[in-house]
Design a protein around this ligand. Structure first.
Ligand code: GLV
Ligand code: MN
Ligand code: MN
Length: 392
């Protein structure tokens, strides 16, 4: 199957010696993957476009003539991420187009393969940046001014990548091309493996957000400063981490501190400043927000991104699940470009592929080849189903 060749072609791009992937948006690895996407589009005679926000589109048919069915995902990764989160959806999208062609399907609507820019937000902090800009839920001025860990703004980084930062912003023209969207994704939990099902269909995405917590103190000498004289921001930071855990248990949500910056970062100096990032998600939006207020009480708190609950069209999900032979319907706590598009009014669905351990955002993330192949077949069926809907 063509899937396997494409999978091998991307397998080493951005892979770190420790086994995980470093595919920050607009990094050398990301640019190499974008070039790979361009070539895959070219090999199939698809019309390649890059929109004003850096999202890539490979069209079979003309989306100016009528809106089409789009499928795809992203090629960037979290730091030290796995191989499947994102690329599985893009590689499967090309493979599904191949399968439809092998089946002799001549869709009555244009079909597009999409690669969304900067889905993870690993570099600039805000996830799903490409789809948020496209749909106008992030102001381009804010996006341009976001900085990475080196202090480079998104505008600087885009310019270095040969893109025009002034072009960023809502893109109703590209949005009009998307009649329906389906994203295939590796499952990031254990629902499917526990149900012994290779494929699932998404029902909803939990509300979730990322907050920056700043703890200010006073840098001083680690040996000569009496405990009573210290203003050590590491102490309220540590209390916040522990309280995030206990508050999450009490409120029935999940909370994570996965990134911390300590300044100046010397082993023999009391820190002057600690910045931590708090990711909170849950079924109940109020519980999520109440937890942030509780945990952030001792810090300056800034919301870096907020993603409201997404309910994928239940009738569409049910039809798709039936078309896929009774695939189970499952919810998720992971964010996706599909969620941003659904919130913007695009008829949207997601297909999940079983992950044997459920582990994700880690080099241990995995899906068996047979399940990936089943995912491609399911995606081809989903595309046919959505194309039929656009035709009525
Ligand atoms: C994206 O993968 C997210 O849910 O953080
Ligand atoms: Mn992810
Ligand atoms: Mn993803």
């Amino acid at each position: 199957m063509e899937f396997d060749g494409m999978w091998v072609a991307v397998a080493d791009v951005g892979r770190d010696a420790r086994g995980g992937y470093l595919r920050d948006a607009w990094s050398a690895a990301d640019l190499e993957l974008r070039e790979w996407f361009r070539q895959e589009a070219g090999r199939r005679g698809l019309d390649l476009r890059e929109d004003r926000n850096g999202n890539l589109w490979a069209w079979w048919g003309d989306p100016e003539a009528r809106p089409g069915v789009v499928t795809g995902s992203h090629l960037d990764s979290v730091r030290q991420g796995g191989a499947y989160d994102g690329p599985l959806g893009v590689v499967s999208a090309f493979a599904a187009i191949d399968l439809l062609r092998e089946q002799g399907v001549r869709p009555g609507v244009p079909l597009g393969v999409a690669c969304f820019t900067d889905e993870e937000g690993a570099r600039f902090g805000v996830p799903c940046m490409g789809s948020r800009l496209l749909t106008g839920v992030v102001e381009p001025d804010r996006a341009r001014g976001l900085t990475d860990d080196d202090g480079d703004t998104m505008a600087d980084v885009l310019r270095r990548a040969g893109r025009d930062p002034a072009a960023l912003g809502a893109d109703p023209e590209t949005r009009r091309h998307i009649g329906a969207f389906v994203e295939l994704h590796v499952e990031q939990g254990r629902a499917l493996v526990d149900m012994d099902a290779p494929i699932g269909v998404a029902t909803s995405i939990w509300p979730h957000g990322r907050w920056r917590l700043d703890f200010a103190g006073r840098a001083d000498h680690a040996g000569t400063t009496r405990l009573a004289d210290r203003d050590d921001p590491m102490i309220p930071f540590a209390e916040a981490v522990l309280s995030a855990r206990t508050a999450a248990e009490r409120r029935g949500v999940v909370a994570t501190v996965g990134k911390v910056r300590v300044s100046p970062g010397s082993a023999n100096a009391i820190p002057g400043h600690v910045t931590a990032w708090l990711d909170v998600r849950g079924e109940d939006e109020h519980a999520v927000r109440d937890l942030v207020a509780e945990v952030g009480a001792g810090a300056r708190v800034g919301c870096e991104s907020w993603s409201p609950r997404v309910e994928f069209d239940p009738a569409l999900a049910a039809r798709l699940a039936a078309a896929l032979g009774g695939a189970p319907l499952i919810g998720t706590g992971a964010g996706h470009d599909a969620g941003i598009l659904a919130a913007a009014g695009v008829p949207t669905a997601m297909v999940f592929v079983r992950n044997p351990t459920g582990i994700s955002h880690s080099p241990e993330e995995h899906a068996e080849p047979a399940d990936c192949h089943a995912g491609v077949a399911a995606l081809a069926d989903a595309i046919k189903e959505l194309a039929d809907e656009l035709l009525v």
